[in-house]
Design a protein around this ligand. Structure first.
Ligand SMILES: [Zn+2]
Length: 379
């Protein structure tokens, strides 16, 4: 194996074989669309890029966060046992259907995230990306928000057990509530989530006042944003909050959840991000120069997911891709919502929506007053 690896990409065609059902917004084909677009751009032919098949996580690893009766319930589903009271575990018709093979799928996703973390922690690569990961809503005893096993929590638990200080940064449009819950009482992990305000969107949490508890006080950070928030206001809020806290916390490792349901045409939420804003977030994350475990996340406009994560992975490898999408991918992506044939969105018109901006300013101000002093930062 080359010792000059630049990154690892974790992926299996197996992911796309599972289904949440024909009418469910979570479509695992988005992972294949992303992989195939990266492949068409030639990334996997490069010697500095290592593509890896994920290995399933063990039950012991999953038990780092999840309760044994919940794990047994998921395992049972794969063995054809219908749980008698699925709803107590958040399972059933709706967000978290009883998918045949759900346990196998979850173990594979989680195993991929653990592999990403091990490659990074071991110094083999500066960055590893598991696009199937980032399932940030799952709780110890229940499925939530299309998430069954909380791979970010399990990855971070393993890193913490090895003495690492971790920043978890979540740019999904939904609050990273499961991960916040996993580390609410500790100062070894700082969770930072930017998301659409919980008054307007699932899971209804993630307010500034949720700051952590006990020694963990000041280590849960939430930046709620108003519906309609665009690239400019988002990046402004990001810059006010994230770099100073990363600087003050001095993490050993960065774990990011890179959900792209923040985009303007995502069917499940109401922010107005484009590939331009998303790439600027990536640029900032990269500039921290930290060992980086990159996980996927939400994204329900399928062609957007493929475009955004292709751009993200190219950036992780310092590759500038041509804007013309390779011909072999155009038709398939158009079937999944692509307009035109370009990788990047058109430059957005930068209208300042006063209400959106003022809302962000109030949240940032509150964070600077409540959390910054706990880390020796002044406003
Ligand atoms: Zn989401």
């Amino acid at each position: 194996m080359s010792e000059n690896l630049k990154s690892t990409f974790i992926y299996s065609d197996e992911f796309a074989k599972y289904s949440y059902g024909p009418h469910h917004p979570m479509r695992l084909i988005r992972l294949k669309l992303t992989h195939d677009l990266l492949q068409a751009y030639g990334l996997f032919e490069r010697p500095e890029i290592l593509k890896l098949e994920p290995q399933p996580a063990s039950e012991e690893e999953v038990a780092l966060f999840h309760r044994s009766d919940y794990i047994a319930t998921l395992r049972g589903i794969d063995q054809g046992i219908v749980p008698p009271k699925p709803f107590i575990y958040g399972l059933g018709p709706g967000d978290n259907p009883i998918i045949p093979g759900v346990y196998r799928l979850s173990l594979l996703v989680t195993g991929g995230s653990l592999q990403a973390a091990r490659f990074v922690k071991g110094g083999r690569v500066p960055v590893a990306f598991n696009i199937a990961g980032g399932l940030h809503h799952a709780m110890p005893d229940r499925a939530s928000g299309f998430c069954y096993i909380d791979d970010p929590v399990i990855v971070i638990k393993e890193l913490v057990n090895q003495g690492q200080r971790v920043i978890y940064l979540d740019v999904d449009v939904h609050h990273g509530d499961g991960v916040q819950a996993g580390f609410y009482d500790t100062d070894q992990v700082m969770t930072i989530s930017l998301h659409e305000d919980g008054q307007f969107l699932f899971p209804g949490t993630g307010f500034v006042e949720e700051m952590g508890r006990g020694v963990g006080s000041g280590y849960s950070v939430n930046v709620p944003l108003y519906p309609g928030t665009d690239d400019k206001t988002y990046l402004w809020a990001f810059d006010q909050v994230v770099p100073p806290l990363v600087e003050a916390f001095k993490p050993d490792v960065l774990v990011t959840q890179l959900g792209v349901d923040t985009f303007v045409d995502d069917p499940l939420a109401h922010l107005r991000m484009t590939t331009h804003g998303f790439c600027q977030i990536l640029e900032r994350i990269k500039s921290f120069g930290l060992p980086w475990v990159a996980l996927g996340g939400g994204g329900y406009h399928l062609a957007n997911v493929a475009r955004a994560w292709t751009l993200a992975y190219a950036m992780m490898n310092d590759i500038e891709l041509p804007d013309q999408i390779p011909l072999e991918c155009v038709e398939t992506l158009q079937e999944h919502g692509l307009q035109g044939t370009q990788l990047r969105d058109p430059e957005p018109t930068q209208l300042i929506h006063q209400h959106v901006r003022q809302f962000a300013e109030r949240q940032v101000k509150a964070l600077q007053q409540k959390i910054f002093p706990l880390h020796g930062l002044t406003e």
